[in-house]
Design a protein around this ligand. Sequence first.
Ligand code: CA
Length: 218
Amino acid sequence: MHVLLVEDEVELAQMLADGLRGEGMDVRVAHDGPRALEQAAATEFDVVVLDRDLPGISGDAVCRTLVRAGSPARILMLTAAGTVSDRVDGLALGADDYLSKPFAYVELVARIHALARRRGGSGSPTVLERHGVRLDVARRLAERDGRPLALTRRELGVLETLLLADGGIVTTRELLEQVWDPYLTPETTAVKVAVYQLRKKLGKPPLIETVPRFGYRL
Ligand code: CA
C-alpha cells in the first residue's frame, strides 16, 4: 500500500512514518504543501494522510487540488481542530475521512486500511440511469440531462447508492455503510453534508427526497 504522509511537524511525521512502515506500508513523507503536490503528481498513492495546517500551501488547498485533478488516492485529513464545522469543511473539500489531533495511532492505522480497501470498487453495473441522471460508475462520471456534474467521491457514492435503490428508500445507515465505513461509524452529519452538496450540484427540479427519520430516495 502506498501512503503519502503530509505533516509539517517533523518529529511527528517521522514517528508516524516509521510506525506505518512497520505495518508494511510504503510511506513517503512531505513536510509542506508544495512538496505534497509534487509527490502526489509523481506517484500514485492509495491514501494521502494530510495535515490541515501546513506551510506553503494549506492542507485544504492541497486537498482541493488533488480532488480536482482527479487523484484516485483517498484523502484522510488531520487537524488540530475537531469541531463539527471543521469536519464539515473538510468533508466538503472532498476529503474522504477526517481525524482530529491528538488521535490514537491505532485509529490512524485502522482508517488508512479502511480507506485503501474502499479505493476502486467492483461488482456494480457500469452505467446507472434514472430521471435524466446518468452515472458511469467505472469512470466516475455523472451528468444530469447531459450536463456534467463535478462530484466528490462521497457524492458519487451517495448518488450511486440512490440510483442502485431504483426509487427505493435508502437509509442514512445504509449510506454510511456503503459510502463511508461501517466500523469507523462517522456521524450522520457527514451523510447530511454529502446529500446537501449533491442536491446543490444536481440542481432543479429537486430529485432527492428526504424521508424523515429514515433516509433518502431518488
Ligand atoms: Ca501542522
